[in-house]
Design a protein around this ligand. Structure first.
Ligand SMILES: [Zn+2]
Length: 349
């Protein structure tokens, strides 16, 4: 993380829907933690039938210091009990009846990765399930405190940030962006009506079905002639593919400030991603991941082997033939040829 604990600029954090907060305050997390929280709550609420609310998320350093001063007193002795904290060159002792508080600069709230989440049924569900979403109860004495510390173990990352408010609009329920009980009930109804598994969980296929609009499929023109690249690879364009519209990324990031170096970048090229063997990642999941506002990515078109083009290697002069379709990234020329610039949509999905 490029920013110190408690020093993440607001613009580098994702704003949670106000409905997430028990105080209807603006809570923030990193965009990755926020997207994961949404994916997790889509399941937790469906499984438990409970609502959830976030009591706290990102905490600036000032907020962390204020919290320490509320709950602790500065003392002139070395650290003793495990509840002691260090800050500003002093030892701090917990006031009687006040909650444990992390030393400023050491809480994952300051990294935008932690939430304090309630009520009990959601916490109990997380105890059993949160690990596969990448979350850890990193302060075991606080069953409400969970941090997104293991994104590598998050099995749902390819789903990106499910657009809950867009689904709510399609389903005709209040579009507050929060997966609540009404939303889950509407998802179940939709699933039943559309022959999907009726579990109330808005996984990739359900999200796609809910968001699918009519008459959006279009055609993209492509050259009918094989294209020869400098490395003798011949690319044959498949039948003109249907471009799945409505998946164009809204995150064009004009004047985007890269959180890693603080510099401003416009989009200067389109990145083509090749998903398939051996990555095994689902096409639709990748699209969902790349095409959401909060993601720290700005790629726009996803190409899979079967949906856009296939390629093979020409027999060499010695008569040997490379075997099978290539599964590596398409060459620059193929990328150029196969990605016709579709009209960009500025309206969010
Ligand atoms: Zn906490």
């Amino acid at each position: 993380m490029a920013f110190a604990n408690g020093r993440i600029p607001t613009k580098n954090l994702a704003a949670l829907p106000l409905a997430f907060s028990n105080k209807r305050e603006q809570e923030r997390l990193t965009s990755a933690a926020y997207a994961s929280l949404v994916r997790m709550m889509l399941r937790a609420v469906a499984d438990t039938g409970s609502y959830f609310s976030v009591w706290d998320a990102y905490r600036s350093l000032d907020e962390q210091v204020a919290m320490l001063e509320r709950n602790y007193t500065r003392v002139s002795r070395p650290r003793g009990p495990s509840s002691d904290r260090s800050y500003g060159g002093s030892t701090w002792a917990k006031k009687a009846g006040r909650p444990l508080t992390a030393s400023p600069g050491y809480s994952n709230h300051g990294n935008g990765l932690a939430v304090d989440i309630h009520p009990g049924p959601i916490q109990a569900w997380m105890k059993t399930n949160a690990a596969r979403f990448g979350w850890v109860n990193d302060v075991p004495s606080e069953p409400w405190h969970w941090s997104y510390l293991n994104p590598g173990r998050d099995q749902y990352r390819s789903e990106g940030l499910p657009n809950v408010s867009a689904m709510q609009k399609k389903l005709g329920v209040e579009a507050d962006g929060k997966p609540g009980k009404d939303f889950i009930a509407a998802v179940k109804k939709f699933q039943k009506a559309n022959g999907l598994d009726v579990d109330g969980k808005a996984g990739p296929s359900t999200v796609k079905a809910i968001l699918a609009g009519k008459g959006e499929a279009g055609q993209v023109e492509s050259s009918p002639d094989p294209v020869k690249s400098p490395d003798e690879t011949v690319l044959e364009l498949a039948a003109p593919p249907t471009v799945e519209k409505g998946k164009t990324s809204p995150n064009s990031h004009a004047g985007r400030v890269d959180p890693r170096d603080g510099k401003k970048y416009g989009v200067q090229h389109v990145t083509v991603h090749w998903w398939g063997t051996p990555s095994g990642q689902a096409f639709d999941g990748i699209v969902a991941h790349l095409c959401n506002k909060a993601a720290e990515v700005s790629a726009h078109y996803v190409i899979s082997a079967s949906r856009v083009a296939r390629s093979w290697t020409r027999p060499t002069r010695r008569g040997r033939t490379a075997t099978g379709p290539r599964t590596s990234s398409p060459s620059r020329s193929s990328a150029t040829r196969t990605t016709s610039p579709a009209p960009s949509r500025s309206s969010p999905r």
